[in-house]
Design a protein around this ligand. Structure first.
Ligand code: DX5
Ligand code: ZN
Length: 215
């Protein structure tokens, strides 16, 4: 299975978003866009108009992570805007199966995220509708938090439940120091925010992460 690095722009210079994305364009596999609505999480970033604009300006596939209430209503539009993958939080969804179908009908991959305290039991009856499961390795809302190693058994269980074809993504505190345990647990998509954008050479950070997981 391909190992994919998805830099998160959350802690980049958001006033110069396209410039920041272009720094990793040649080396990243995806670009991770964190949409926050100040309700599902206590932080506010950007929404559909900004995501649509980014998609039109980059060659990277958009990995959209929606930390919003009422994804049943809002998520499919991100697929229509050209997102490659649309992730909603299972805690916020009313009818996750229908939502996955609606996302897939736009041509996007359908994914769901689980907060650290949310059990994989929440995915009962939903797995077959999913293309990716995102296991949060921090509380969603902010970049730069400490990686939660205690989520690794959950990553391993998600891999077991999802099978060989399911993409398993980790998000939060992923760095050169923590990426290997994520891979060993069964993840294949690695979001890295501050590790990439706090590096004076973000592309170099992506290359280092990639080299580690491809070893
Ligand atoms: C947090 C976001 C993450 C964040 C990760 O809620 O979902 O994508 O940008 O940032 P780091 O890699 O700094 O933990
Ligand atoms: Zn994220």
């Amino acid at each position: 299975m391909d190992m994919l690095i998805s830099p998160s722009v959350l802690n980049s210079n958001l006033g110069r978003l396209s410039e920041e994305i272009s720094k990793v364009e040649a080396v990243a596999d995806l670009i991770h866009l964190d949409v926050m609505d100040n309700h599902f999480v206590p932080n506010l970033t950007f929404g559909l108009p900004v995501v649509a604009s980014v998609i039109s300006q980059t060659s990277l596939r958009a990995d959209v992570h929606l930390m919003i209430n009422d994804p049943d209503r809002w998520a499919p539009a991100y697929g229509e805007a050209g997102a490659y993958s649309v992730t909603f939080h299972i805690e916020a969804a009313r009818d996750p199966r229908t939502l996955c179908k609606n996302i897939r009908s736009t041509g996007a991959r359908a994914a769901t995220a689980l907060k650290p305290e949310t059990s994989l039991d929440a995915l009962d009856g939903v797995i077959e509708y999913l293309d990716m499961i995102l296991i949060m390795t921090v509380e969603p809302g902010f970049g730069g938090q400490a990686f939660m190693s205690d989520m690794m058994p959950k990553v391993a269980r998600a891999r077991e439940l999802g099978g060989a074809e399911m993409w398993i993504e980790v998000d939060g505190g992923v760095s050169q120091d923590t990426i290997m345990e994520c891979k060993e647990a069964g993840a294949n998509v690695f979001v890295a925010g501050s590790c990439v954008y706090s590096n004076p050479d973000p592309a170099q950070a992506v290359r280092e992460l990639k080299a580690l997981v491809e070893k």
